[in-house]
Design a protein around this ligand. Sequence first.
Ligand SMILES: Cc1ncc(COP(=O)(O)O)c(C=O)c1O
Length: 418
Amino acid sequence: MPLSKFGQKLAAEAGIVTLMDDLGDALRVNPEMIFMGGGNPASVPEVEAALDRALQKTLDDLALRRPMLGVYQPPQGDPEFLTSLAGVLSREYGWPVTPANLALSNGSQSAFFVLFNLLAGEGTDGIYRRIQLPLVPEYLGYADLGIAPGLFRAARPAIETLPEGLFKYHVDFERLQLGDDTGALCLSRPTNPTGNLVTDEELAQLDGLARTHNVPMIVDGAYGAPFPDITFGSAQPFWNDNTILVLSLSKLGLPGARTGIVLAAPDIIRAFTRANTVLSLACGNLGPALAQQLLSSGELLSLGPDVIQPFYRTRRDAALEVFQRELEGLPCRIHRPEGAFFLWLWFEGLPISSTALYQRLKTRGVLVVPGEHFFPGLEEPWAHQHECLRITYCQDPVRVAQGAAILGEEVRRVYAQG
Ligand SMILES: Cc1ncc(COP(=O)(O)O)c(C=O)c1O
């Protein structure tokens, strides 16, 4: 079947598609697999109870239930929800947000597709612009989103080594080059896959650079503040009129509702809404209906600090401890986990690629994600890229500990074989 160039790219077995297929297949073949691979949030009982209450309230009220199921909302999203959300964000954060600054999408992944292709590719002025990732590793889901080829450019980070076998990536401002062909900056905060929280100072400096070059800065807050706020450090929530903050209900516990939220200047929201109308006609109503209930009860903002953060902090501490123990004596460093729900392991001088290690672990019943996928837009070769693994610690800590033990054993073999 002859496909368009873009069709071929979309339908190709590359990047995220291969990985999702491979993770799915591995689980089908061996349902006992220790799954430390995906990005699914953990099942958090208090969150699930809050979501059940929100759903029940919506179902019990005919005036809410009917429109949730039987009405196309305007393409920008349910006006009542946008007004409530704008009110809460202005009150709680002092951000000058009105409904004109907000739009919804069917999941934040699709919002990134629209934003990247609005802001990068061949411009109306003939300039070919790219999305600049100020540092990689970065979210692998961005990699194949460009309609035009080569949509991303990425800079290598600076590495700060820390006590207790930890390390942290920083933006390397000397390496980071913006030019006339930069369409936007984009970073996830906290970062998938590393759990990095780009510091307040780095973010302020990036904001300054974006303004100087007259391009927006996209901040992917899928794991960050205001919700679900899976952060363990002291990073301040950030937004201003040159920032496009993309939020999601997924990591709060609603990946099935497919709801993304874009907070940006009104001209960007208008362009986004039109593009989203072409793509989706309207957004799904379930997520906004539940989020509206959580806004009214105050839980949308309180679940993060009161329930979600402590839950993942406990899981993180347990995971960090077992991995540090199982990997002791190996040339391994772990990125300081400051948010999200991942550990990022760096095996310096790993004798095989991280993809080969991933395959070996899979045959031993442990699923992780090889690091190679997380460097979209990095053009220069970098050995580090092949030395890292991402571990999701949402699972039951007993399973994570079993996985860590097998991983430690396998990596020891790899180094011993040389
Ligand atoms: C950093 C980051 N951004 C965006 C997404 C997309 O999430 P969703 O489309 O469920 O909102 C994910 C999903 O894992 C993610 O990890």
